[in-house]
Ligand binder design. Structure first.
Ligand code: SAM
Length: 340
């Protein structure tokens, strides 16, 4: 089904929602909670305070915002958090969002700890696929980075997601200097031995993070380590259309390697996304503190048309590009609060 609010252009249906720089916005990341069962050293803030229960959008409220966005042509939804799987009855939300006319796919980003438990019911509810965040394959280092001893649960979750058909499962590794950069080759080898789709992500220094700019390992450095030890990287068409990653394969493998260089290879010009935070703010850019409240209007009984206008105004707030490479970083909220 074409996007409800889409327009036909060159034989393709495009979103009607655009920002001031003529970028079409068709992708919304929805944070369902600010709570997380991990405390990753680069993500968790030391002074983090959980939202009050009543400040978090209810499923019916998320549904209405997505309905408004879909009426403008948004067709992709990714659930995130905090950790989305710790919110009770998440598959109910998946089912609600997947049934909205115009929504073509609902996907999720998770730390994978509860994935084995929920993979089957999420698939039945209409979830298309998952990205799993995993920064180490070694139990002690996993524990050091995340504060948890549940590496095996994550590996079980990845297996369950593959078996259930939440595919392609993409494994997201944030590479941190002198912490897990010695595992770049181990992750790359997983594309050969297990057919994994691994994406290496440059660490983004947030203001409240315990880690700093010097902890970035650039995608160029990561690629050269892989090329040196495992052979030439062959460019590969994206495994799911657009997005910030550039994809490659090692010779004779079924898995793929993706590289996301938010700092050294700014991809803002192609940005097609915005975010809905767990406390009901529309955030046009992950790395910019501008937000528009939609929870207030929702709770005061805004009509679908009014919500649609708020979504449109949020898109117009989108900046041309972030300024992280020059040291400007989001100060008001951590990744966990925004929804990564
Ligand atoms: N809990 C879910 C998960 O672990 O995937 C979803 C939320 S988490 C904030 C989303 C992603 O953001 C994870 O892959 C995490 O590694 C990444 N992330 C968090 N802080 C980051 C940072 N400062 N730089 C780069 N990636 C970051």
């Amino acid at each position: 089904m074409p996007p409800v609010g889409g327009i036909i252009y060159g034989g393709k249906t495009m979103s009607n929602l655009a920002d001031s720089f003529h970028r079409r916005i068709n992708y919304m990341r929805v944070s369902v909670t600010d709570r997380c069962d991990l405390r990753c050293i680069y993500c968790a803030s030391t002074f983090f305070q959980n939202l009050n229960h009543e400040d978090i959008l209810r499923y019916e409220e998320i549904y209405r915002v997505v309905q408004a966005a879909a009426s403008l042509g948004v067709n992709k939804i990714r659930l995130t958090g905090g950790e989305p799987l710790i919110r009770p009855y998440l598959s109910r939300l998946v089912n609600m969002l997947a049934s909205i006319p115009g929504i073509e796919e609902v996907t999720m980003t998770t730390n994978g700890i509860l994935l084995a438990k929920y993979a089957a019911e999420l698939k039945t509810a209409g979830l298309k696929r998952v990205n799993v965040s995993l920064d180490s394959l070694k139990a002690d280092k996993f524990a050091y980075i995340t504060g948890s001893d549940k590496l095996n649960n994550v590996l079980e979750g990845i297996k369950a997601a593959n078996e259930t058909g939440l595919v392609p499962v993409k494994i997201n590794m944030v590479v941190l200097k002198n912490i897990n950069d010695d595992e770049i080759l181990d992750f790359a080898r997983k594309t050969i031995t297990d057919g994994w789709h691994v994406r290496f992500i440059e660490y983004m220094p947030f203001a409240d993070s315990k880690m700093k700019k010097n902890d970035i390992v650039s995608v160029q450095e990561i690629m050269s380590i892989i090329t040196k030890h495992l052979g030439e990287l062959q460019p590969h068409h994206s495994i799911d259309g657009n997005g910030p990653a550039k994809y490659y394969k090692l010779p004779n493998t079924s898995g793929t390697l993706g590289f996301i260089g938010a700092i050294t290879e700014c991809f803002c010009a192609q940005c097609n996304r915005f975010r809905l935070t767990a406390d009901g703010k529309l955030r046009p850019c992950l790395l910019d503190d501008d937000e528009i409240d939609i929870k207030g209007p929702l709770r005061r009984g805004a009509t679908l048309k009014e919500l649609t206008e708020i979504v449109q105004s949020a898109a117009l707030l989108k900046q041309k590009q972030h300024n992280l490479q020059n040291g400007s970083m989001p100060a008001a909220r951590s990744m966990r609060q925004i929804g990564g």
